[in-house]
Design a protein around this ligand. Structure first.
Ligand code: 5GP
Ligand code: ZN
Length: 114
């Protein structure tokens, strides 16, 4: 998707602070961190929201979760705990329509979210 900023980040057309990459997944630091560690984990494939996932994307969704697990270990977030957030649609607070999981950690996170 030419006009998607996260596709442009995956393609290297926009800069990002890369954290992780494999054949299916890309992860990078959020430009406006909401916690000491705030990483966005995305499938390389352009899919607007989790509601657009199809059966053929099941392996991809698993790859994203596997990457989150690896990154959480690498950043030692698994020791104290962390949060994964996926905002969906307008009321969910989604602003970029390319699936992304926020990986937040490094401080005590409150609940419920705003
Ligand atoms: P959403 O609100 O869609 O769940 O999350 C979008 C996230 O993308 C926000 O946390 C925002 O700070 C981040 N973001 C938006 N544009 C860019 C960008 O160009 N680079 C990076 N690294 N993060 C971005
Ligand atoms: Zn995209």
């Amino acid at each position: 998707m030419a006009d998607c900023i996260f596709c442009q980040i995956v393609e290297g057309k926009l800069p990002s602070k890369k954290v992780y990459e494999d054949e299916y997944v890309y992860a990078f630091h959020d430009i406006s961190p909401a916690a000491p560690t705030h990483i966005l984990v995305i499938p390389k494939k352009h899919i607007p929201t989790i509601m657009d996932l199809e059966e053929e994307d099941q392996m991809l969704a698993g790859k994203v979760m596997a990457a989150i697990q690896k990154i959480a270990k690498e950043y030692h977030l698994d020791e104290k705990g962390f949060r994964i957030v996926n905002n969906v649609g307008k009321e969910g607070g989604q602003t970029v329509y390319h699936i992304h999981f926020h990986l937040l950690g490094g401080r005590t996170l409150t609940w419920p979210p705003g």
